[in-house]
Design a protein around this ligand. Structure first.
Ligand code: AHM
Ligand code: MG
Length: 341
C-alpha cells in the first residue's frame, strides 16, 4: 500500500514558527484557532441547504438550540475562538459597529488584534455558491495589560503580521501568509484536517480573466470603462478578448484569479461612491496575499492598498487586485482618463 505523508496546517504552522521574528508560539496559536473556528463554520455552511428542512433561522432546532443566520453564527465562532487563545486582545468584524475588546487578564496581555469578515459574500449562501472568511492579524500598539484601543485597528496594511482567507467552495481551503509567501491548505473531511495542498503559491504575472460587476458600468470612472473595452477587444498576442468571470464573492473571485491569473476590480459606483469593499477586513488581507504571491493591489487613485492609513473601522476603498501586469494596465487607463470623471 502506498502511503502519502500529508502536512497538516498545525504541523506547518509550528514548522514555520521559527521563521517569524518574535516567535513565541502566540501567532501560531492564533492561526490554529482560526483554523478550528473555520472547521466549525464549514460544518454549518455545508448544512445551509438543509435549513428549510430542519427549521428556519431564528427558530429552535430539535436540540432546543435556536438557529442563527450563518453570518451571525460565523461571527460568534471566530470571536469566541480568538477570545480563548488569550493571544488576542480585541477584534473588529464586519458584523459589529465597534471594536470588541476582550476583558480577561489573559486577553489584556494579548499582543495581537484581529480584523475579520466572518462570512463574506453571504448573499451566495442561498444559491449554494462559494463564500469565504477573510482575516488579518496585527500586533497591538497600545500597552500590554490594558484593553485594546481603536488605534490598534487603524494600522496600515503594511503592518499586518499575517492574513488569509478560508474559501467554502467545492472543497474548503485555508490560504494564508505571514509575509513569507502564500500557502494553501485543503480540508480533508475524512480526517478533519487542513492539509498542505498549494505550497508557495505564485500568481501568474498576467492572465485572461477580468472580474467586475458590469451592471454598474454606467457609473464607473471613465478609465475603468475604457479598460473593460480593452479587455473585450481582440488581440492575439495578449490573448484578448479576456474572459469575464464574476461570482460576487470576493474570496472566490480572488482565489480563482490568484491561481489562474486575472484581475478583480471593484471601483466606485453610484451606490458606493468610495467603492464597496472594506479596507480593514477585506482589501488589506487580500492585498497582502496578492503581493506575497507576486501580484498587486491598489485603489486606482495612485495608492498601494497596503499603504493607506485607515481613518475608520469600516472604511471602504476602490479595489483593484490580481496579476501585476493586468493591474498595471488598469491603473494606466484610470490615470489617463481621470480628468474626464
Ligand atoms: P458582503 O461583505 O456584504 O458580503 O459584501 C462583499 C461582497 C464581496 O464578496 C463581493 O466582491 C462584493 O460584495 C460583490 O458586490 P456586488 O454584489 O455589488 O457585485
Ligand atoms: Mg464582506
Amino acid at each position: 500500500m502506498v502511503r502519502h505523508i500529508v502536512l497538516t496546517l498545525n504541523e506547518f504552522i509550528i514548522e514555520r514558527q521559527s521563521e517569524f521574528p518574535y516567535a513565541k508560539g502566540e501567532l501560531s496559536r492564533l492561526l490554529s484557532h482560526i483554523g478550528i473556528a473555520a472547521k466549525i463554520v464549514n460544518r454549518e455552511v455545508n448544512k445551509a441547504g438543509l435549513v428549510n428542512i430542519l427549521g428556519e433561522s431564528g427558530m429552535e432546532n430539535i436540540q432546543g438550540e435556536s438557529q442563527k443566520i450563518l453570518d451571525v453564527f460565523a461571527d460568534q465562532q471566530f470571536i469566541s475562538a480568538l477570545k480563548v487563545t488569550g493571544e488576542c486582545c480585541g477584534i473588529a468584524t464586519e458584523e459589529n459597529e465597534n471594536i470588541i475588546t476582550f476583558k480577561t487578564d489573559l486577553a489584556k496581555d494579548g499582543k495581537y488584534i484581529v480584523t475579520i469578515d466572518p462570512l463574506d459574500g453571504s448573499s451566495n449562501i442561498d444559491v449554494n455558491a462559494s463564500i469565504g472568511t477573510i482575516f488579518a492579524i496585527y500586533r497591538r500598539l497600545s500597552p500590554l495589560g490594558h484593553e485594546a484601543m481603536l488605534e490598534d485597528f487603524l494600522q496600515e496594511g503594511t503592518r499586518q503580521v499575517a492574513a488569509g482567507y478560508i474559501i467554502y467552495g467545492s472543497s474548503t481551503m485555508m490560504v494564508y501568509t505571514t509575509g513569507r509567501g502564500v500557502n494553501g491548505f485543503t480540508l480533508d473531511p475524512s480526517i478533519g484536517e487542513f492539509c498542505l495542498s498549494h505550497p508557495a503559491i505564485q500568481t501568474p504575472t498576467t492572465g485572461t480573466i477580468y472580474s467586475i460587476n458590469e451592471g454598474n458600468y454606467i457609473k464607473f470612472p471613465e478609465g475603468v470603462k475604457k479598460y473593460i473595452k480593452y479587455c473585450q477587444e481582440s488581440d492575439k498576442p495578449t490573448n484578448r478578448p479576456y474572459s469575464s468571470r464574476y461570482i460576487g464573492s470576493l474570496v472566490a473571485d480572488f482565489h480563482r484569479n490568484l491561481l489562474k491569473g486575472g484581475i478583480f476590480l471593484y471601483p466606485s459606483t453610484e451606490s458606493y461612491p468610495t467603492g464597496k469593499l472594506r479596507l480593514l477586513y477585506e482589501c488589506n488581507p487580500i492585498a497582502f496575499l496578492a503581493e506575497q504571491a507576486g501580484g498587486k493591489a491598489c485603489d486606482g487613485l495612485g495608492n498601494r492598498i497596503l499603504d493607506i492609513k485607515p481613518q475608520s473601522l469600516h472604511q471602504r476603498v476602490p479595489f483593484y487586485t490580481g496579476s501585476r501586469q493586468m493591474v498595471d494596465k488598469a491603473e494606466e487607463f484610470i490615470h489617463k482618463f481621470e480628468s474626464n470623471d
